[in-house]
Design a protein. Structure first.
Length: 288
């Protein structure tokens, strides 16, 4: 009973969003704002949404021999809902992936995932100003390696091969229409350089034009994460040490002041009145 209700609810969400997903698909030609819907059936055939008309969904099947989507077929919304789905919203700042229609519908209405991404981008820009270029390049390598390992393990509907072409990696990072972007050559140069560096370190293997994830990549990611935790631990210890030194300095100053007061060298009442009457704004103006 519950499963049938959930299926009915999901199909209702599909019917609501399918017209928009089709009209704003990759065929719209806008590289900065479009959707791609990838699906996998029980036989592990891979499809892409290409049309929706008269309550019938049109899918194109991926042909591994030809290397592109062919054999368009029409199915019902119920058959579509029975497949494993991945909805990707390609934006100017990168793709946003949803593992099903419910997650997409929720974020489309509440903008939760978009706000989360906006916050992460803002935080990344703020943090990146405090790192050297060398560290940023290192983080880029690990981020790309993490992406390729996750893609290899999960084999999401949008993934078609165990090995990846450089164009596929760029599409994962910047969207299917990356070649229309004004910075397309910058994307290609950066990704090629990172992939070559990962081949040199043994994290990836290159065969013809394809790059394949190697077991060494897991060890590299684990070692990087251990190093990050060590650095974070050191930073935490340094902050605690600074706090301790401030407490010791303040305590020493107070004890010294109290001893001077007991010796009659300093009038503690006058000192306290002076501190109480301090105006931070006037002190700042004097300093200026």
């Amino acid at each position: 009973m519950f499963d049938s209700k959930m299926a009915e609810f999901r199909q209702g969400r599909w019917k609501k969003h399918l017209p928009m997903l089709v009209s704003k698909g990759s065929r719209s030609g806008n590289p900065y704002d479009y959707y791609a819907v990838h699906l996998v059936d029980v036989d592990r055939n891979r499809y892409q949404l290409v049309g929706y008309k008269h309550r019938a969904v049109t899918l194109a099947r991926w042909d591994y021999d030809v290397g592109r989507y062919l054999d368009e077929r029409r199915i019902s919304v119920a058959e579509l809902d029975a497949m494993q789905a991945e909805i990707i919203h390609h934006r100017s700042y990168g793709p946003l992936s949803f593992s099903g229609i419910l997650g997409f519908s929720f974020s489309y209405r509440t903008r939760f995932a978009y706000l989360k991404t906006l916050f992460s981008r803002g935080k990344g820009k703020l943090v990146s100003t405090f790192f050297a270029n060398k560290e940023l390049k290192s983080r880029d390598r690990i981020a790309l390696l993490n992406l390729l390992v996750n893609e290899y393990i999960q084999q999401r509907p949008s993934r078609l091969h165990a090995g990846v072409l450089i164009e596929e990696v760029i599409a994962m990072l910047y969207g299917k229409l990356w070649y229309k972007h004004i910075r397309n050559e910058e994307f290609r140069r950066k990704v090629r350089l990172l992939l070559k560096s990962l081949v040199i370190t043994g994290d990836l293997a290159q065969k013809d034009e394809h790059y394949y994830v190697q077991p060494q990549s897991v060890a590299t990611i684990v070692e990087f994460e251990k190093e990050e935790r060590r650095v974070e631990q050191q930073d935490k210890m340094q902050r605690n040490f600074v706090r301790l030194m401030l407490v010791i300095t303040a305590s020493t100053a107070l004890i010294t002041l109290a001893l001077l007061g007991l010796a009659g060298v300093v009038d503690l009442h006058k000192v306290w009145d002076f501190i109480s009457n301090l105006n931070p704004f006037s002190i700042l103006m004097k300093l200026v």
